[in-house]
Design a binder for this molecule. Sequence first.
Ligand SMILES: [Fe+2]
Ligand SMILES: [Fe+2]
Length: 480
Amino acid sequence: MNIQAVDYDGLIPNNVGLGTDPRVKHALEKWHPGYIDWWNDMGPDGFQESLVYLRTAISVDPKGWAKFDYVRMPEYRWGVLLAPQHTDRKIGFGRHKGEPVWQEIPGEYRAMLRRLVVIQGDTEPASVEQQRYLGKTAPSLYDMRNLFQVNVEEGRHLWAMVYLLQKYFGADGREEAEALLQRRSGDADTPRMLGAFNEQTPDWLSFFMFTFFTDRDGKMQLEALAQSGFDPLSRTCRFMLTEEAHHMFVGETGVTRVIQATCEAMQKAGIKDPYEIDKIRKLGVIDLPTVQKKANLHFSLTLDLFGNEISTNAANAFHAGLKGRYREDRLKDDHQLENDTYPVLRLVDGQIKAEDAPALSALNMRLRDDYVVDCNAGVGRWNKVIESFGIPFQIKLPHVAFHRHIGEFSKVLTDVNGNLLSDSDWSRTRGDYLPSDGDKDFIESLMQPRSEPGQFASWISPPKVGIDNKSGDFEYVKIA
Ligand SMILES: [Fe+2]
Ligand SMILES: [Fe+2]
């Protein structure tokens, strides 16, 4: 069999030879009904019978892996797909640098690796849970389809992690795989593992910000895990990254289209001042200062996902060859970092200062820095749209100390420029930086569904091109 082709004959599509691996095949088939129950309970509410124009992977070849067709989501062919194995791949960093990659887990790294897989795995179903009611307020069938595509692919990412657990971690892995179906986003007793994945995604601007900011954290983590010396993890993550690219496309273009609609409406009404908020809102679009507040919220929540700036866990995972840096293979240094330092932002005597720390301990900070650079590239493209209308406004990412709950800055309150604030100043100005109740009510008032092909809500402009090159009035979802 062609190594990149996917076997669709059995219950679980795969390119990992499940047909000749009865133990793992059986374990996954046992896990399957619980997964479908979870999907029916926690997946898109009200649309399980609808026919959705979705892409499904038919190969793992980067060119042309997808096939598009109408599918009812519970019948989506979730599967186990790994990118092709590279012959003679060597571990690229840490103390085992230069040794052949592992096809089985070295005993001493089992616990550390399990933790990495479980934490990544837990985010996947969490986002599906967070987004479960959004179908009902979709601004178009095009957007609804994109939401559902993201949702089924997050479901597949869960399969990807569960395959690793079932194949390589024995009884512990089976337990973890079950627990991934038990936790629930935002649940008081059994929440998901990471904070941002217990927040709500109450409206579509939140959804676009989430896919722009939080799925991008996913990309950074997957890029770092794709470097892993544990080859099956690397191959899994490499294929997941091809899917993740679409999630970020949905986020970036979603916000771009929101901005486009706002700027067009302002231009038509002859409004030049972006702070004429009442007038702008009467046009049925979202004013740019509110877009900025949403960006502040989602950016700051996502930064918490990178963990503490100084982290022994991160150092250990790198040293062991389990988790590299962002695109480690393109970096030019010794890939061991034992004698290097890295500048880390810290609070020193009430001031935020960069201090050199051992590079191995500072890997979370470094990944976060790479993340901020990646975010800024997208924000720059949003600002080009605003600029093209001659509106004096720029979206800016807030300072990394702003509105934090984890790490060095969780102890302080700052404004968006990183200036320390007293409790009372924070309470007084909070609504200038983060969405207020009034902002939330306004956005919610706009969330009226549009379900005729080719229709779009007032607050978002149509996309430049359709999915799979379909025309503007294509019926992306046949609502049942
Ligand atoms: Fe994912
Ligand atoms: Fe994603």
